[in-house]
Design a protein around this ligand. Structure first.
Ligand code: XMP
Length: 516
């Protein structure tokens, strides 16, 4: 494999993902892993990630310098680059001015790692420390206004480093740099793809599950559908899917999921109506994290009950259901604060919202992947476009799109508004252009309107259409005015108590996609 050594970066998985995009297999390992263990994995190349520390601070994460003499090509990125420079005798110091965000780089030596790279290019940086002089044997390839050494290489030892972050999309030639390192500098072939990931996961799931019964929490979305299809390939009829109607679903969703999923996969499906249970547990709750925790816990209790029913039905020979499959993706893990040292942004119901006394062992075959990779796997598994290209919808459903506490009446209003927005966006042919469009009800906000010569005092609906590649970052979608106008018109006419429609024009960051 290619090893990505994590120094506590926000986006170390993003590097692993860019390596997969170059069709090369990669594994993420912590920087604390001893170098001999790393080498025992027989790595074809090593990438050292960025990280929040400064190399000369006491206690800054370090790596045994023998890694640089192991005959394995190494690429250092940002902090990883500084560690390489520092360990090999270069001079690393506080920069005159730090560089954060978009930064112009001048390539003074377009060769080796940067042989095909434009002379000037826009990169994304985040550093307050710079490499002042490169270690002996290294050639300086690029500079910026405040980093005299922004890229360097020693081709005889196959060591390479860049100050900027090639893994983020804002670095215009980032993927090319990763490709250049892997294919040209390290000489690796492009031979890793969705079908390898499927084979690898199937082997793993078989070994983990043995003859046990397994249930899968199915939401109707891409992630859980792909996870279910993958597990089904591995263990066939030992799998039962459980689809929970928590009362927070969209209009027509229950019937549509049951129909589409069973038709496409033929997997056993139990549908449970738990709406009473969820809605009474959520009564009077308006704080988003509490909502998320309650919903996360209710899901598990519902799965436990479904599991008991499956066992009871099987009678004497019924074995306990030991495993729960979830379609957890990497962004769910990071946002729930599950990345190494990452902050808790919001508790995704299937990660940070899980109760402590979880009785299932989890199977999460997609946990290191991003949505677009999961879509590729879904297609490879033969799932139809209706499932693979379904827009994301969060597990906590409309519950986190009512700002304020959740009532049946508010749900009814939001469900109507959401159905109108979806219908109009589909009619305008925008389903694939936009990533998703949350429709949000600000239940406690009231404003004055006039309808039919009468004063109204109603709540606003917010439209939040966004475009994104992987939900880690997003931009607001430029939906044509006439489509927005039609949605606004219909919502204010057809949804009781709504007298205003507003458009959210914030990117992520600083906002998130959902309002809670
Ligand atoms: P945010 O709001 O964090 O959303 O920018 C990123 C993506 O994740 C979805 N989302 C969730 N999905 N359970 C889910 O299954 C959750 O608890 C959850 N919270 C957010 C959101 O719709 C967007 O696609």
């Amino acid at each position: 494999p290619v090893l990505v050594v994590d120094f506590g970066a926000q986006y170390a998985q993003l590097i692993a993902r860019r390596v997969r995009e170059a069709h090369v297999y990669s594994e993420l390992v912590p920087h604390s892993m001893p170098v001999n263990e790393m080498l025992a994995k027989d790595p074809r190349a090593i990438i050292l990630s960025g990280g929040p520390a400064s190399v000369y601070e006491p206690g800054a994460p370090d790596i045994d310098p023998s890694i640089f003499n192991a005959g394995v090509p190494v690429l250092g990125i940002c902090y990883g680059f500084q560690v390489m420079a520092h360990e090999l005798g270069g001079n690393v110091d506080r920069a005159a001015t730090g560089e954060y965000g978009k930064t112009e780089v001048t390539v003074s030596a377009p060769e080796g790692l940067l042989h095909d790279s434009p002379r000037t290019q826009t990169t994304w940086m985040s550093h307050g420390v710079a490499v002042e002089t490169a270690p002996q044997g290294f050639k300086v390839l690029a500079q910026t206004a405040s980093a005299p050494v922004a890229a360097m290489e020693d081709t005889s030892r196959q060591l390479y480093g860049v100050q900027w972050h090639p893994e983020v999309k804002h670095t215009v030639h980032g993927q090319e740099l990763i490709n250049s390192f892997l294919h040209e500098c390290a000489g690796l072939p492009s031979d890793w793809n969705a079908s390898n990931i499927i084979d690898e996961q199937i082997e793993k799931i078989k070994a983990q599950v043995g003859r046990h019964q397994v249930i899968c929490g199915l939401s109707g979305g891409v992630d859980s559908a792909v996870a279910a299809a993958l597990v089904h390939r591995a263990i066939g009829d030992q799998l039962t899917c459980v689809f929970v109607d928590h009362g927070l679903l969209r209009k027509g969703e229950v019937e549509q999921v049951k129909h589409d999923f069973v038709k496409a996969t033929g997997i056993k499906l139990i549908a449970v109506d738990a709406s009473e249970d969820f809605l009474s547990a959520l009564k009077g709750v308006s704080e988003p994290e509490r909502k998320r925790k309650i919903i996360g816990e209710r899901f598990i209790r519902t799965f436990e009950k479904a599991a008991r029913d499956i066992v009871a039905k099987a009678g004497e020979k019924g074995e306990k259901v030991k495993f729960l499959v979830q379609g957890t993706l990497y962004p769910d893990v990071v946002e729930s604060g599950g990345g190494d040292g990452a902050a808790n942004i919001k508790s995704h119901h299937n990660v940070g919202g899980l109760p402590k006394d979880l009785d299932f062992k989890l199977i999460e075959p997609l946990r290191t992947l991003f949505k677009d990779e999961v879509r590729a796997i879904g297609t490879e598994l033969g799932l139809p476009d209706e499932i693979v290209w379904r827009q994301p919808f969060p597990g906590p459903g409309l519950g986190i799109r009512i700002i304020g506490d959740i009532t049946r009446e508010r749900l009814e209003t939001l469900r109507e508004a959401d159905a109108i927005a979806r219908e109009e966006l589909t009619k305008a042919g925008l389903d694939r252009t936009i990533w998703q469009c949350p429709v949000v009800l600000l239940a406690h906000v009231h404003s004055v309107g006039v309808q039919g010569d009468e004063r109204t005092y109603g709540s606003p609906i917010i439209l939040r259409p966004v475009s994104s590649e992987d939900a880690m970052t997003a931009d607001w979608s430029h939906v044509p005015y006439d489509v927005l106008g039609e949605i606004s018109n219909r919502i204010t006419n057809e949804c009781k108590g709504i007298n205003r429609v507003a458009l959210d024009i914030t990117s992520k960051p600083p906002a998130t996609i959902e309002w809670e």
